[in-house]
Write a protein that binds this ligand. Structure first.
Ligand SMILES: Cc1cc2nc3c(=O)[nH]c(=O)nc-3n(C[C@H](O)[C@H](O)[C@H](O)COP(=O)(O)O)c2cc1C
Length: 198
């Protein structure tokens, strides 16, 4: 992609494996765009993984939507990031987010908004999805990219009565797009900083 190779970390939770499929897709997209990718399950995060988050150029937050917000496990992680808030450790890192739930809307916007607020509290720079809404015209299809029409992050809808194998291919492609976009944007930020420093 470019001479600058960003490190993109994913900090995500998945209770039953569906959101993990989306996390893998974001990771794939970022890696294909040239990033070094670190994937961290926040419910089992170790000190070494906290250090990986501290060292990353970008952090992508991910969680299922439970009761209209991120899961309890993700909220535990979010509260634990307050240590970084005190020291401004994550200031000016790039941030983005993704979520998955059973219903098409499912109040996923609450989860993405929470991620944006978390990023803003840390002084991070939010990268949006950068895709027009799909599946919103008579000629459109549920296989369109961004079929659920979210703007501020990648969203997925997975049937409540099926396993992770049922995660929709459009949602997987949309998540890959987010990973690609985060990697490319982060490379631009790093190159810009280097140019200004030089
Ligand atoms: C406690 C709980 C709360 C949930 N709340 C919502 C919700 O608010 N909206 C929704 O669409 N689905 C909701 N769901 C469904 C999950 O979001 C859905 O099954 C999702 O695919 C789970 O992802 P995971 O396998 O990564 O945990 C809820 C599920 C659980 C267990």
């Amino acid at each position: 992609m470019t001479a600058v190779r960003p490190t993109v970390a994913l900090a995500y939770h998945s209770g039953y494996g569906h959101t993990a499929v989306i996390a893998e897709a974001v990771a794939r997209g970022a890696a294909a765009a040239g990033a070094e990718v670190v994937t961290i399950a926040v419910d089992t995060i170790t000190e070494e993984q906290w250090a990986q988050l501290d060292a990353a150029d970008a952090i992508v937050f991910g969680s299922p939507t439970y009761m209209g917000t991120a899961s309890g496990a993700f909220h535990v992680f979010a509260e634990a990031t307050s240590k970084r808030w005190f020291s401004d450790s994550w200031k000016d890192k790039v941030a983005a987010g993704f979520t998955n739930s059973a219903s098409k809307s499912g109040d996923k916007a609450g989860t993405l908004f929470f991620f944006q607020t978390l990023a803003a509290q840390h002084g991070m720079s939010w990268v949006n999805l950068g895709l027009k809404p799909g599946w919103n015209a008579t000629t459109a299809s549920e296989d369109d990219l961004n079929r659920l029409g979210f703007s501020n992050g990648a969203a997925a809808s997975s049937p409540a009565d099926a396993g992770p194998e049922a995660v929709h291919k459009s949602d997987i492609a949309t998540a890959e797009h987010l990973g690609d976009r985060v990697a490319r944007h982060t490379a631009v930020v790093l190159a810009g900083r280097a140019a200004l420093a030089g």
